[in-house]
Ligand binder design. Sequence first.
Ligand code: ATP
Ligand code: LTN
Length: 329
Amino acid sequence: MDKKIVYSAIQPSGSLTIGNYIGALSNFGNLQEEYDCIYCIADMHAITMPQEPKDLRKNTLDVISLYLAAGLDPEKSILYIQSHVPQHTELGWVLNTISSLGQLQRMTQFKDKSQKSKEILAGILNYPVLMAADILLYQTSYVPVGEDQRQHIELTRDLAQKFNSRYSDTFTIPEMMTPKVGARIMSLQNPESKMSKSDSDVNSYILILDSEDDTRRKIKRAVTDSVGEIKYNDEQPGLKNLINIYSSFSGKSTDEIVEYYKNSNYGIFKEDLAEVVVEGLRPIRTKFKEIREDKEYLEKIYRDGAEKASYLANKTLRKVYKKVGFIGR
Ligand code: ATP
Ligand code: LTN
């Protein structure tokens, strides 16, 4: 690998939303020409929240199929499943020994998720340390993710710097990469909170794999406001979010969209938006169906991916083990 490394992962904790698509997945393919890209399915992260085993298996294969349907080319990028590469938990352990409890308890995702559960589990607290291990194992330069991951990337950088200064240069310090528009797509029912695949209200999100009818219906029902004018500002957060979605799928700037719809009502704007989203998702929805049925092809891809990823991960892990003073085998 001679180009800079791009690394990202998505959890198979549910079916992916257009938030995942706009904030992360849709940007992965474009990076393949310029960088050596590694894309993971973070099943070990997914089990930090309760998962039905059969759903986890299904969602894992769905995410790989979506990676491929979104244009990731296994000849150019490494695609693999996190639990197939044991070096992640091994480096994760070492990083836990230099992680500050206070810093982990301050992570907003930890606070949100632990508030929602009856019992606070250690996996949710240590989640960002495993994420740091994912990134640092591959000497990653850039991490394309949505805005909600900023704090985790900061923690990853802190841990890399801490290790490097304690033991000498070992890890590349990674940088976050976010899309200009769409780094934080909001819920269609509550524009104050992020669109999330684990939301209990199905109308709050559009899934990449939703039917065309459901996509149209959810957009029609999306919460707006009583202003009645198409403008892009924080006083109209529901509308602002819909304009962002329009912009991400059409490639038009938010200014262009506002100018075009300035004399229209919300109904017309929403109908057009539904069309833009349905058309934008049509290719990935069609390709997904073909790919998902080909079990042998999928298996070959994740097996090859795990082999390549393990080779690279092992190089970093050996260095780390040596530096901390473990005796080599
Ligand atoms: P959950 O909603 O189940 O907590 P998630 O969808 O936030 O999970 P992941 O599946 O791991 O978490 O996210 C995959 C990628 O999608 C990450 O890069 C994340 O930043 C991005 N992402 C998630 N939600 C959004 C959103 N609403 N807007 C933009 N990007 C998002
Ligand atoms: N925490 C991320 C998923 C994730 C990830 C990673 C992203 C796990 N490991 C490594 C980038 C790099 C999330 O919930 N969005």
